[in-house]
Structures are given as structure tokens and as C-alpha cells.
Design a protein around this ligand. Structure first.
Ligand SMILES: *[C@@H]1O[C@H](CO)[C@@H](O)[C@H](O)[C@H]1NC(C)=O
Ligand SMILES: *[C@@H]1O[C@H](CO)[C@@H](O)[C@H](O)[C@H]1NC(C)=O
Ligand SMILES: *[C@@H]1O[C@H](CO)[C@@H](O)[C@H](O)[C@H]1NC(C)=O
Ligand SMILES: *[C@@H]1O[C@H](CO)[C@@H](O)[C@H](O)[C@H]1NC(C)=O
Ligand SMILES: *[C@@H]1O[C@H](CO)[C@@H](O)[C@H](O)[C@H]1NC(C)=O
Ligand SMILES: *[C@@H]1O[C@H](CO)[C@@H](O)[C@H](O)[C@H]1NC(C)=O
Ligand SMILES: *[C@@H]1O[C@H](CO)[C@@H](O)[C@H](O)[C@H]1NC(C)=O
Length: 499
């Protein structure tokens, strides 16, 4: 074919997908599933969810073979034709959903701000707008993390118990704050920010061999005040926080601030709790733990055993690392002991150490889906992913801890690539609105993972993941005489919504 014909065909194709907002797929050699290419000219979109007639339901499908939140409107039928049955009990209610989101670290800010203005807009709209995933939560590091380009806190140098030298970093002013403001501009939600600290100034910490890395007893109040200073500084830039955690990974970490369970209870009851509640930020929620399931329930139990610690805490923050090893029963036990504290997942990613960095991985996308479905069925009220955009190597990271992200960016080319994981997250975030309530379901086939929820607008959302390599024919029993009959494709995830 002559080159001009090719070009014409390509142009027609691009016009066609542009009109529909569909994925421009790119199959990267040796990977499992296509990525969707976005740049200054084009990015795929997901239309806002629209109510349909009560005789109909909407089916969204994402598959390894390349479907990306593909929308089909179907009618209910009045007969049961499939062998696997999913039954709902909308009267039996469980937890209320807080929401979905990702983290805006220094590295994310650097990657995004290094794109052209129009490409930045396309990326942030992909996550926060009503034509994207509609995230409503953002985790914001208090100072540096391993996803920074150097190690810093807001008060490095000589001891400064008055925090007189506390100041935000270049990273806040040039990267995180501008990106947070843009996210706010494109969102139809009220974005809820969650702050977490990683590193403390050297002078606040112990340096005695095995005791290295803990906050010195004499610095407990200063470390609490440091958090207040952070909240004040962001407020000056017009950014209010919904919540903070008591610090990232106090149990597992080798280099972040470490805590034993009893002392963190003392710090919460004597310093952090009173400092927050007596400040202008008295309504901010405080989430304890911010670490893996493996520390449940003992870490929380022990911290709460100290006097008033429990009364200052509203939620329990959990990271997904090790979820394949430690059973979800630990979430149930934690919930049953502390039913008034919500459980929220606040970090997840696939690390390079495990597997290398891969574009277009279906396996990782599916592991996210499996984990979210499992957690939702065990009292989890939402999920916050780790970095929302990393460079093609999974960084930058000054500790060389490269990891995966639902969006990889190539700033040289001013382009970004939405991974299958991005669409998998959308199967939850775009449909399971804040204040949705999980309802009871039963499923007769163990190869399907299922969750069902009722939205505040009365809509019912059902998410089904086919974990097997076989097509599974399913009937969903909506009510007597009203059924959904479908085949859940192999290696696919579906979201069904109806009103
Ligand atoms: C079930 O109902 C649909 C229409 O609602 C009809 O097309 C189909 O033939 C019926 N199947 C059986 C097995 O009765
Ligand atoms: C979201 O906000 C935009 C801009 O203000 C508006 O055009 C759009 O209709 C809103 N979408 C929804 C679903 O409310
Ligand atoms: C970063 O700095 C803090 C405080 O000085 C120190 O405790 C920590 O070990 C450092 N981490 C890394 C990875 O260099
Ligand atoms: C360091 O820790 C050891 C053992 O806990 C203790 O005996 C020693 O006094 C500590 N040294 C300092 C300087 O705190
Ligand atoms: C920004 O992108 C350019 C390439 O366009 C790259 O050379 C540079 O390192 C990037 N800057 C940062 C801070 O990542
Ligand atoms: C990023 O894009 C540039 C320019 O097209 C290309 O040379 C480079 O190989 C790309 N980087 C990666 C990691 O794909
Ligand atoms: C699950 O996947 C397998 C293999 O891909 C497929 O044959 C089967 O039909 C799927 N099940 C459902 C319910 O779609």
C-alpha cells in the first residue's frame, strides 16, 4: 500500500477513536496486554456514569485481550439460564465506603510537572475528572519519602525544638502543591487529602544501635507540633487536609520513623491527639498503623491499651504488602474488636525487586483486583494506591526502590501509558461512590471473586473478577423474575450497575 494511503487510514482511525474517547492501544513486545497511549493530542476517556431505565443494566468489561472499561447496556431477563448463581441480599448491610485514590509524592510531582501543560491536564483528568477514574482521596507525604530525589525533612540541621527553622521544601512549592491544585480544578469531588510522614529530622531520633530510628521521648511533643506546622503551611496555600496517619510503616520499615506499639499509644494519647484536637485542625481524622496486615490486630490492640489513645483515632490504615501471606481474617478480627474504627487501605504497589518493571502487565492488574475485592469483603472502606505516575524506570527514587504505577510517563516524548491496572482501579473508583454501603452476596462458584454495594443514589454496583482460565456462565439473581445472564470471559473483570 502506498504511504499516503496508510497515513489516511491511520488518520481515519485516530479520528474514530478520538470521537469515541477510546483507548489508543500499544502492544509492547513480550508483555501480556496493551497499554493505552496518551499525549498532547489525545487521551482516552471514560464517560460519566449515567442512569439507565429500570428495565436495563450497564455492563463494563476490561479484559486481558484488550477491552478497557467497555460499556454495554443490556436488559434484564425473566429466566435463569446459567449454572453459577450470584444472589444479593440488599437488606444485609456492612461497611460504608470512604473512597479511592492515589499518592502524590515528590516523584509523581516531578514526573507530571515535566510534561507539557496540556499533557499534564490529560493525565490529571484521567485520575480526577468525571471523564476519568473520579478519585476522591489523595495521600500526600509530609516531607520526603523514598519517592523523592534526596533525603530531607522540613527541619534538617541542628536541634530546633521550637521548630523555628521549619519550612516547606522546593518539592512542595514546585511539584506537590501545584499538582494538588490542578487535581482540585479537574475534580467534581471534594478531594480529601491524607498526610503521612516518613522521615523525621535526625535530631529528633535515637541513634543507639538497635534503638536507632525511634523518636526520642523528649521529642514526642515536638514531633506532634511538626505535624501541626505541616498542616498550617499547606493551609497557607489553600490546601486543607481530611486526615493524617501516625506515620508511614512504623513496624516494617528499616529507614523511616519506627514505633513500638505501646510507645505510639503514649505519643497519641499524650502528644499528637491533644495537639490536633486543641488546634485549628481539631476536626482532622487520625489513622493509626499505616502498615501491613501482618501487624493486625496486635499493633492496634497494644496501642489502644494505653489510656486514651483509642479515643483520638478514627481509622486504621493498612498497606497491601504481604496480603497474599496474611489472611483477611485479620481484618475481621480487628474490625470486631474495634467496630467504631474504619479500615482504609492507604498504600499498594508492585515492586521492581519482585519482578522487574513491566509495561502492560495483566498479572499485576489482576492482583490489584483480587486484593481490592477481598478487602472490600472484609470491612475495608476504600483503597489508596501508591504513586499515580512514575517514569519509565519506575522512579525517580533516591533509594533505588523502583516500583510499578498505573501510569508510566516518558517526559522526553511528552507521552504517558495507562496500564491495565489503571482500568482495573476504575472498575471500583468510578462506580463505588463515597457513602456506598456494601451489601450481602452469595456466589456458587469459587473461581469468581464478587462484591456488591448500594450507592447513595440507590444504584446497585456488582464487581466480578474471573480468576480462572475458563469462561464462567453466570446468572445474577437481582430479584424474583429479574435476572442478569452473562458469560464472564476468562481473565476479565466486569462491573455491573443498575438502578
Ligand atoms: C430466557 O428469556 C429470554 C428473553 O427474556 C429468551 O430469549 C430465552 O429464550 C429464554 N431462555 C430460556 C431457556 O427460557
Ligand atoms: C463535573 O464538572 C464539570 C465542570 O464543572 C461539569 O461540566 C460536569 O457536568 C460535571 N459532571 C458531573 C457528573 O457532575
Ligand atoms: C534519611 O534521613 C533520616 C534522618 O536523617 C535517617 O534517619 C534515614 O535513615 C535516612 N534514610 C535514608 C534512606 O538515607
Ligand atoms: C544504648 O542502649 C543500651 C542498651 O539499650 C544502653 O545500655 C545504653 O545506655 C544506651 N546508650 C546511650 C548513649 O543512650
Ligand atoms: C524532565 O524531562 C527531561 C527530558 O524531557 C529529563 O531530561 C529530565 O531529567 C527530567 N527532569 C526531571 C526532574 O525528572
Ligand atoms: C522516551 O521517548 C524517547 C523519545 O521518543 C525515546 O527515545 C526513549 O527511548 C523513550 N524512553 C523509554 C524508556 O521508552
Ligand atoms: C472465566 O475465564 C475462563 C477462561 O478465560 C472462561 O473460559 C470462562 O468463561 C470465564 N468465566 C466467566 C464466568 O466468564
Amino acid at each position: 500500500m502506498p504511504a499516503c494511503v496508510w497515513k489516511l487510514l491511520l488518520l481515519l482511525y485516530l479520528v474514530a477513536v478520538t470521537v469515541q474517547g477510546e483507548c489508543v492501544p500499544k502492544m509492547i513486545p513480550k508483555t501480556e496486554s496493551p497499554v493505552c497511549v496518551c499525549n498532547v493530542l489525545y487521551c482516552d476517556t471514560i464517560a460519566p456514569v449515567e442512569r439507565v431505565l429500570s428495565s436495563k443494566y450497564v455492563l463494563y468489561t476490561t479484559s486481558k485481550s484488550g477491552k478497557r472499561l467497555q460499556r454495554d447496556v443490556q436488559s434484564f431477563t425473566n429466566n435463569i439460564t446459567r449454572s453459577t448463581i450470584i444472589e444479593l441480599d440488599i437488606k444485609k448491610e456492612y461497611q460504608t465506603i470512604i473512597g479511592w485514590g492515589g499518592a502524590i509524592t515528590d516523584s509523581v510531582g516531578i514526573n507530571i510537572r515535566n510534561l507539557s501543560t496540556e499533557t499534564q491536564k490529560k493525565l490529571l483528568k484521567s485520575y480526577f475528572s468525571d471523564e476519568g477514574l473520579e478519585y476522591n482521596l489523595i495521600r500526600v507525604p509530609i516531607g520526603g519519602t523514598d519517592f523523592s530525589i534526596h533525603n530531607y525533612t522540613y527541619d534538617d540541621g541542628i536541634e530546633d525544638a521550637e521548630l523555628a527553622h521549619f519550612s516547606l521544601a522546593k518539592e512542595d512549592l514546585e511539584y506537590k502543591i501545584p499538582v494538588l491544585k490542578l487535581a482540585n480544578t479537574y475534580s467534581n469531588n471534594t478531594l480529601q487529602l491524607l498526610g503521612s510522614s516518613w522521615y523525621a529530622p535526625n535530631w529528633m531520633q535515637t541513634h543507639n544501635n538497635t534503638k536507632r530510628g525511634y523518636i526520642k521521648r523528649s521529642m514526642y511533643q515536638v514531633w506532634a507540633d511538626y505535624h501541626i506546622k505541616f498542616l498550617k503551611s499547606y493551609k497557607e496555600y489553600g490546601l486543607g487536609f481530611w486526615a493524617i496517619t501516625t506515620g508511614n510503616e512504623p513496624v516494617d520499615s528499616s529507614s523511616y520513623v519506627k514505633w513500638h506499639a505501646k510507645p505510639i499509644g503514649i505519643w497519641i494519647a499524650s502528644n499528637l491527639g491533644p495537639a490536633i484536637r486543641n488546634s485549628e485542625f481539631s476536626n482532622i481524622e487520625i489513622l493509626i498503623m499505616d502498615d501491613s496486615r501482618s501487624s493486625l490486630p496486635w499493633f492496634v490492640d497494644r496501642a489502644f491499651s494505653y489510656k486514651d489513645a483509642k479515643k483520638y483515632i478514627q481509622g486504621i490504615a493498612v498497606h497491601w504488602y504481604g496480603d497474599e501471606t496474611f489472611p483477611p481474617k485479620l481484618l475481621d478480627v480487628t474490625h470486631n474488636r474495634h467496630p467504631d474504627k474504619f479500615i482504609l487501605y492507604t498504600e499498594a504497589c508492585v515492586t521492581k525487586k519482585q519482578v522487574g518493571i513491566h509495561q502492560g502487565s495483566w498479572r499485576f492488574a489482576e492482583s490489584y483486583a483480587r486484593d481490592i475485592l477481598q478487602n472490600l469483603n472484609h470491612w475495608c472502606t476504600g483503597w489508596i494506591d501508591w504513586n499515580i505516575a512514575l517514569n519509565m524506570e519506575g522512579g525517580p527514587t533516591f533509594t533505588h526502590n523502583e516500583v510499578h504505577s498505573p501510569i508510566f510517563v516518558n517526559t522526553t516524548k511528552d507521552e504517558f501509558y495507562k496500564q491495565p491496572m489503571y482500568y482495573i482501579l476504575g472498575h471500583f473508583s468510578k462506580f463505588i461512590l463515597q457513602s456506598s454501603v456494601r451489601i450481602e452476596h452469595k456466589c456458587t462458584n469459587k473461581n469468581l471473586a464478587v462484591v456488591a454495594l448500594k450507592r447513595p443514589d440507590g444504584g446497585i454496583v456488582i464487581v466480578v473478577l474471573n480468576k480462572s482460565n475458563k469462561k464462567i456462565p453466570v446468572t445474577i439473581n437481582v430479584e424474583k423474575g429479574k435476572y442478569i445472564n452473562l458469560n464472564v470471559m476468562a481473565k476479565s473483570i466486569i462491573t455491573i450497575i443498575y438502578w
